[in-house]
Design a protein around this ligand. Sequence first.
Ligand SMILES: Nc1ncnc2c1ncn2[C@@H]1O[C@H](COP(=O)(O)OP(=O)(O)OP(=O)(O)O)[C@@H](O)[C@H]1O
Length: 225
Amino acid sequence: MIKADNLFFSYTGLPPYVLNGIDLDIKDGEYISVVGENGSGKTTLMRLILKFIKPTKGDLISHSNRIGYVPQKNDFSNSNFPITVYETLNSYRKLLKIKNKKVILGSLEQVGMSDFTASLMGSLSGGQTQKILIARALMGDPDLLILDEPSTGVDVNSQKEIYGFLKEINRKKGITIVSVEHNLEAAISNSTLIYHLTAGQGHLCTPEQYTNEYLKNNRKDDSNV
Ligand SMILES: Nc1ncnc2c1ncn2[C@@H]1O[C@H](COP(=O)(O)OP(=O)(O)OP(=O)(O)O)[C@@H](O)[C@H]1O
């Protein structure tokens, strides 16, 4: 689905690079959580996959026909702009040039938010806003869904619902998921593979391998105290 070969990226076009020789091979149907410290380049990698920016050197190829993108929700939840859930999804429907308006209710139903069509976006909780953003991304019937920190500012119950839903659409519908994760517990329990970025380089591992690596490093830190 996504392949990167010796990919370099810097915002200035010059060294030092934010992403420094990335090799990545994401197969169809995987659920990848991208983890790493603040500033390690997770969002930058997502922007490259979304083609918002171009590699400075190297290649990144995506075979996705339709990418759904769920951005960080902060931009929406703090907004006082008086727009309803329906209007938000309807304007996105027009952007995607989808003729059938039923797609709006269909996508809301999928995330259990059918009762909120007339609600103002600004009146929703963090979890509800996240579900609307996921519904919006699903309107285009994506084969690849990219999420940026889906559990940030979301209550624990909604987190469970959201991850349960993501797992279901990944396993049952085969939608490939790539999700930037600060929530390591969620990354370990939900994804099929974890992509760990450090100092501009990354490696793919299983959740079990990541857990062992993480525990080993934490023990090392403890012994340095
Ligand atoms: N538009 C930009 N212009 C210049 N530098 C940027 C830009 N966006 C990000 N950076 C820098 O690139 C580096 C990687 O940032 P990025 O946001 O990709 O990291 P991240 O791993 O997603 O961080 P976080 O976990 O804090 O969201 C950081 O040093 C950041 O300051």
